[in-house]
Design a protein around this ligand. Structure first.
Ligand code: C5P
Length: 398
């Protein structure tokens, strides 16, 4: 499957005749689900206008590093965090050299430097420039650092030469970009994830719930699926589109979620509790709508089962991961939760910071395991999910 659903792609366009194909590339990336924002270098604007790419991407094209207006809208650091993938197509020999040397003298190189996401480069240049030792050494260094090189293709070139150096065709580039999210790290494994809020009924029309969006759990499910795992997502009521190639079990209450989790966890290798489960439910769920008669009413609450702790207590339990949302003393409370619930890993985040957590698209977490504490940088929930799945897969083997 070639899908970029929910993925945020920064498309970097550098100076080269193939820049005209970037317009088509925007379309192909969008067609398979990506949200696209474009950065153009000054040289790229000699070949194609920012207006064309703005019209196609639906967003202003970013061109300047030191532009107060652009920085006020979406600055280079936000753009770097926003990206799940930075794809540079076409990438000139000059841009490749500057990326290789860690330069940050324009917007595109700076965003590459500031981002933690996957970078992919589609070289496009004259065949002699491609074959130069300098270019080849730069490419080898970038590959060694994890940058993906897509192409170049062979064939007739605009300058009249023939050989390697043509930018890969836009449809192929979009498909290759999608495969970059497939890691195979959890191939053959079964992963169960809970996500979203639960609703605890008071009567047929009312319930107690919370503001969980489910974004983190859904991103984790997609990342687990992309890592090759058979993935079951047990979801409370959310407003998100169903992830591709993931079995979704929809539930409403904490009790439903526990029952679904106990069933799904059979033979599972990993259980990740990303749901914001209501701690309490009304003691009585009235058959009929509660009438507005008394001035004051009291609702008695009873404690819900702790789903993640129940799974962690099973014999032959999976690698069990929980979340801890804290406003202070993050590491200490997370460690206590790790021990109390007998988990293998706690993903802790500071919910006193409004830019992360619950409804936000970004998150910043600290990973607390029995042996290790590691803080990850602020990034999009999609990129974070990918990092977390990588972390879990290495710890499963260890
Ligand atoms: O105890 P607390 O709610 O802070 O713990 C959060 C972690 O425990 C999350 O991973 C959440 O999904 C899980 N949890 C659960 N069942 C509950 C309460 C929390 O699985 N009833």
């Amino acid at each position: 499957m070639n899908s970029l659903i929910n993925k945020q792609v920064v498309l970097g366009v550098t100076g080269g005749i193939a820049a005209y194909k970037s317009a088509e590339l925007v379309r192909h990336l969008q067609k398979i689900g990506a949200r696209v924002r474009v950065i153009m270098t000054p040289a790229a604007q000699e070949f194609i206008t920012p207006l064309t790419l703005q019209a196609l991407s639906g967003h202003p094209v970013h061109t300047e590093l030191l532009d107060p207006q652009a920085e006020a809208a979406m600055g280079h650091i936000e753009l770097a965090r926003w990206a799940d993938l930075i794809l540079i197509a076409p990438a000139s020999a000059n841009f490749i050299a500057r990326l290789c040397h860690g330069e940050g003298d324009d917007l595109l190189t700076t965003v590459c430097l500031a981002s933690h996401c996957q970078i992919a480069v589609a070289p496009a240049m004259n065949q002699a420039m491609w074959k130069q030792t300098g270019t080849q050494e730069n490419i080898a260094q970038l590959q060694a650092r994890g940058v993906k090189i897509i192409g170049p293709a062979q064939g007739y070139q605009a300058c009249g030469d023939s050989g390697p150096g043509r930018m890969e065709e836009p449809d192929i580039l979009a498909k290759q970009a999608a495969t970059l999210f497939d890691s195979g790290l959890l191939a053959g494994k079964k992963v169960v994830i809970t996500a979203g809020p639960t609703r605890e009924a008071l009567d047929p029309v009312r319930y107690i719930s919370n503001h969980s969006s489910g974004k983190m759990g859904y991103a984790l499910a997609t990342a687990a699926m992309e890592a090759g795992a058979e993935t079951i997502l047990i979801s409370g009521p959310v407003n998100l589109s169903l992830p591709d190639r993931v079995e979704v079990v929809s539930v409403v209450s904490a009790q439903d979620m526990l029952a679904a989790a106990l069933e799904a966890v059979e033979g599972a290798d990993v259980f990740i509790a990303a749901a914001a489960v209501a701690d309490y439910r009304p003691q009585h769920n009235a058959d009929k709508k509660i009438k507005k008669t008394a001035d004051d009413i009291t609702i008695a609450l009873t404690k819900n089962p702790d789903i993640v702790a129940t799974i962690a207590a099973l014999t032959n339990r999976p690698f069990t991961v929980g979340f801890a949302a804290e406003t202070h003393n993050l590491e200490n409370y997370a460690r206590k939760k790790l021990l109390d619930k007998n988990l293998d890993l706690i993903i802790a985040n500071d919910v006193s910071d409004k830019s992360i957590g619950f409804n936000s698209d970004d998150n910043q977490v600290t990973l607390v395991s029995p042996k290790q504490v590691e803080s990850l940088p602020l990034m999009s929930k999609v990129s974070l999910a990918k990092c977390l799945i990588e972390y879990i897969s290495t710890h499963l083997i260890a």
